[in-house]
Design a protein around this ligand. Structure first.
Ligand SMILES: Cc1cc2nc3c(=O)[nH]c(=O)nc-3n(C[C@H](O)[C@H](O)[C@H](O)COP(=O)(O)OP(=O)(O)OC[C@H]3O[C@@H](n4cnc5c(N)ncnc54)[C@H](O)[C@@H]3O)c2cc1C
Length: 417
């Protein structure tokens, strides 16, 4: 059977490794950390995944935590009232609604999922190598495999893949990221029975995302600030320890989003690894990497298309990329995995990924008037809220009503008569 090397054991690398293993390929997976190191380490993401991406896991029978993870049925948008923190109804919110998802979303802490999948891969006879690969390692190993895939996320190996400037409008980070996993957070009082992702927008300042998750210690909630660089939320670089990180997170919530702060009177960190801070520039790269001695490697998921997490798409895209590449690899049969095939495999994935990149980059910019109109109207017209929410599952739909003012106005007119 054909031999495949996968470097990087995240959402895309592990999903692809398990999928190829299932089809009888001889798979070697290289990870810079053991399963136990991942499980007891720091959180890496908020990893909310929507129905289409979750279905790829179900298709492979690797949805091991589906029955335990909270079912996220809705996606809400709240906008802090500009200027003062008091809105017209005294609620401090200028906009506040929840869209219903057609299929539920779920977040399973990557520490739980990746550690579990890695153990499953090894138990099923996969070759697991614990080693942080350098380009020189790949140069040495790649010749021994029919195909080498680099799924190492945003780590140093991305230097093998040139930046595609035509698809990367930003050359610097657009948000400063700060994540806290907490136990003890209360429900939103207005919808106590609906598990939902809450997108809280503070115009000119940033966003706070709140969502339920399944972590190493059971059900928890994630508080995720995305701050405009240089603004009042961009204060986490000087934070010294996890407790200070949570205290800073809560203080900012008290200032900008008191309705979410009110849910947090009993919030405490899930564990010492339950916080994360960082930033990166959204970047699309050329998919084929050339090794010093001439070998070729194919980039996967974040290696080739890394979007800002403002739209919560990276794990979804990683699952979609892994599923798309699996199909391309299997369809290739015994033919060589040459440069043309690599480019074609990426182009097939880009048909989906381009919509994610376009939408995510649009959401990083201040919203134009027609977008404000859509978000505002969603508070009165439930189908708009539902459509926006389901766009997180399939961002290609935003092409039909979101970017172009004429299409947006026509859509709103079709609903309001
Ligand atoms: C704060 C934050 C919040 C997010 N929230 C969401 C969300 O809600 N929804 C969503 O869909 N996405 C979200 N994302 C994005 C998502 O986490 C990533 O896009 C996704 O994990 C990418 O998957 P991947 O397989 O490409 O890479 P990764 O998950 O990054 O996996 C790469 C793996 O390779 C390993 N590795 C790195 N270098 C080497 C090396 N040299 N040798 C061997 N192994 C190596 C790494 O340790 C890691 O295990 C978020 C990201 C961040 C930072």
């Amino acid at each position: 059977m054909r031999k495949i090397l996968i470097v990087g054991a995240g959402q895309s690398g592990l999903q692809l490794a398990l999928g190829l293993q299932d089809k009888g390929y001889e798979v070697t997976l290289m990870s810079n950390r053991t399963a136990d190191e991942i499980r007891s380490g720091r959180v890496m993401s908020t990893q909310c995944m929507f129905d289409t991406a979750l279905q790829h896991e179900r298709d492979l029978g690797i949805n091991f935590w589906e029955s335990q993870a909270p079912r996220i049925e809705g996606l809400g948008v709240s906008v802090a009232a500009p200027g003062s923190h008091e809105g017209p109804d005294g609620s401090q919110r200028a906009i506040d609604w929840v869209g219903r998802l057609d299929g539920y979303a779920q977040s399973v802490d990557q520490r739980v999922k990746m550690a579990g999948w890695m153990e499953t891969f090894a138990q099923r006879g996969g070759q697991l190598v614990i080693h942080g690969a350098a380009v020189s390692d790949l140069d040495f190993f790649a010749g021994r495999y029919d195909l080498t895939l680099v799924s190492a996320g945003k780590g140093e190996l991305v230097s093998m893949f040139g930046r595609d400037a035509s698809r990367s409008p930003y050359d610097a980070p657009q948000r400063a990221l700060a994540v806290s996993y907490v136990h003890g957070m209360g429900p939103r009082p207005e919808h106590p029975d609906v598990e939902a992702v809450r997108c809280n927008l503070v115009p000119g300042v940033g966003e706070l995302f709140v969502m339920p998750t399944l972590t190493t210690s059971g059900r928890a909630d994630i508080l995720f600030w995305e701050g405009i660089p240089g603004g009042p939320l961009d204060v986490f670089r000087s934070v010294k320890d996890p407790e200070e990180h949570l205290a800073t997170t809560l203080e900012l919530m008290k200032t900008f989003l008191p309705w979410e702060y009110a849910r947090c009177t009993k919030a405490e960190l899930t564990d010492a690894g339950g916080t994360l801070a960082g930033r990166y520039a959204p970047t699309v790269r050329n998919p084929v990497g050339k090794l010093p001695s001439g070998g070729l490697v194919l980039g996967v998921a974040d290696v080739v298309v890394a979007n800002d997490p403002i739209t919560g798409q990276g794990s979804n895209s990683a699952a979609k990329c892994a599923a798309s590449y699996l199909t391309s690899i299997v369809e290739r049969g015994e033919e060589p995995f040459d440069e043309d095939w690599m480019q074609a495999a990426f182009d097939r994935y880009w048909k989906t990924a381009q919509h994610v990149t376009k939408w995510t980059n649009a959401m990083l910019a201040p919203p134009p008037e027609h977008v404000l109109n859509i978000i505002g109207a969603a508070g009165q017209i439930q189908p708009i809220a539902d459509r926006f929410a389901n766009g997180f599952d399939d961002p290609s739909d935003f092409e039909n009503f979101f970017y172009d003012p004429d299409k947006a106005n026509a859509y709103l007119a079709s609903l309001t008569g």
